[in-house]
Design a protein around this ligand. Sequence first.
Ligand code: CUA
Length: 331
Amino acid sequence: MPAEGDAFKANLICAGILISGCSGSQSALNPAGDGAQQIARLFWWMAGGATLIWVIMIALSIYSLHLNPVAHHRQKSALFIIGGGAITPTIILTVLLIYGLNLLPALLARPSAEALRVEVQGYQWWWRVRYPNQSGETIELANEIRLPRGEPVEFLLTSKDVVHSFWVPSLGGKVDMIPGRTTHLTLHPVKTGRFRGVCAEYCGASHAYMNFTVDVVEKEEFDEWLSQQSADRDAPQKESVKNGEELFLLTGCGACHTIRGTEADGTIGPDLTHFGSRHSLGADMFPNTREYIQNWIAHVSALKPGVKMPEFRALTDEESQSLSQYLKQLK
Ligand code: CUA
């Protein structure tokens, strides 16, 4: 029958789409961190248990359809109802509760004092990231996090406006970021790679565009990256870069953004000292290319609804090209 064949194909496609959602850089079912592994294990036990109960219930329903309708023994029926309706669910839920509660101490444990600590502040709609560098100073980055593989890292989370929620499904659980409070989350990545993080609490118009990435790399690569990010921007050598920097300062960008090594020391928006080394723009919204940067400067509200940055439409084409070129070379 062609209709049945089509339905089978449609089911197969749906199953394929659902299963493909279990992999990728933002999947709690493809764990790459200690916490995420424990949460995934709990999920599979719960899913397995639920499937088993479902199969038993369906089997009992089919069996009951084939029974002759005769009067049942009163006591036996009562036992069956109490056993199936109260005792069995109580046992199953108690076992699951004990298993889930048992995971909590390890998931909530804070690492030793020597562990790396990263501060992340949530803003509508981006992430300010602060690292202590090798010389004990705090350096500021935005929207992209890097972690060494095989070490626990503690995140100190807070928000500067409304409640946000910090979640990297592949690495661990999610924790709310609350204005005026600092919450803690320990991530312990065990695999290298790029993982996607999201804001998991509705926080306004561009909530869905409040994302970030976590690159897990080997320790040596991490140290090298951190020392590179700790440095001021490279002093411009080429005339075009000098012009770009001058324009950046003249246009007033420095009132909101910092570029270490220049007079720009604004703290309202993201630090741009090594902006060109980031792979994305606008909190993991667009690839960090000159075209997107130029577009961002001139038409930011069309690209990200509700964004606080003003549009600079008055810039000539040449000026916005010069600015985007300058920003792109800030490696
Ligand atoms: Cu921040 Cu949703």
